[in-house]
Design a protein around this ligand. Structure first.
Ligand SMILES: *Cc1c(COP(=O)(O)O)cnc(C)c1O
Length: 254
């Protein structure tokens, strides 16, 4: 385009401001990760940062890709599916899409068609639905067992949002591992809002070790978000799911 550069807030200006904002936030997150790694003697190369882009536009994903972030996390279908299409249309073909939110069984086939790694598999019925979807899409889908780390409320069925109870993890893991079109890659957890993330992630790491012992390919430990990534690095996380710290505060969901 050859339109003259107008003074004030043109779309180009706004894009530049947004790019600078994301670059600055990403750099700050990298500093936090570096410090957390130093603290416990880990190497940054052991960690994958998944930028959780839910509620943010595909244009932000393009910025992230430019900045070298290829692992993108989404939490809802159809929002995720729409962005996968927008990014493909924009020529962004190097992205890995992580599905981190609760998957409704009737949306599993769609998610299975574009996700690289589903972090949130928590029940046998969902395993079957994802397996059918992956088979139909002629792909093998990597999956994590999401563990419910709300330890204080673990027995209380009514309070459970998502995640398999720790006692059910082996069962879900086995279902994934034996599904023809799925591959068990490890476990995922979300620290409870009102608890100590260090305690929750220690429990998660223990479960991860147990799953890894039974299934040697299951070496992923997805833990840690904007508020608690340091605790996750200390607990041995391999994947950090970082949204707000990279992209800014989201409008409240729901
Ligand atoms: C939104 C979300 C994140 C990112 O949370 P932030 O607090 O924005 O870093 C991580 N994991 C899951 C499952 C999410 O839904």
């Amino acid at each position: 385009m050859t339109s003259p550069r107008a003074a004030g807030s043109t779309p180009d200006d706004r894009a530049t401001i947004r790019r600078d904002e994301i670059a600055g936030r990403l750099a700050a997150v990298e500093q936090r990760i570096a410090a957390a790694c130093r603290e416990v003697g880990r190497d940054r190369s052991e960690l994958t940062v998944v930028a959780v882009t839910k509620t943010y536009p595909a244009s932000d994903i393009a910025v992230l890709a430019e900045l070298g972030v290829r692992d993108v996390g989404e939490a809802r279908h159809p929002e995720a599916g729409r962005k996968v299409e927008e990014c493909a249309a924009a020529g962004l073909d190097q992205l890995s899409w992580h599905f981190v939110g609760a998957v409704q069984t009737n949306k599993a086939a769609a998610v299975a068609s574009y996700a690289s790694l589903v972090h949130s598999v928590d029940r046998r019925r969902l395993v079957r639905a994802l397996d059918r979807g992956a088979e139909r899409a002629e792909r093998v889908l990597d999956c994590l067992v999401q563990v419910d780390l709300d330890l204080a409320n673990n027995g209380a069925e009514h309070r459970r949002r998502s995640g398999a109870a720790p006692a059910a993890v082996d069962d879900v893991a086995e279902a994934i591992a034996t599904a023809a079109s799925l591959r068990l890659r490890g476990v995922m957890g979300i620290a409870p809002l009102d608890g100590d993330p260090t305690v929750a992630f220690a429990e998660l790491a223990e479960l991860a070790a147990r799953v890894r012992a039974a299934y040697p390919g299951a070496e992923v430990l997805s833990a840690g978000m904007s508020a608690d990534l340091e605790a996750a690095v200390a607990a041995g996380a391999t994947h950090l799911r970082v949204g707000r710290a990279v992209l800014g505060e989201r409008p409240a969901l729901r």
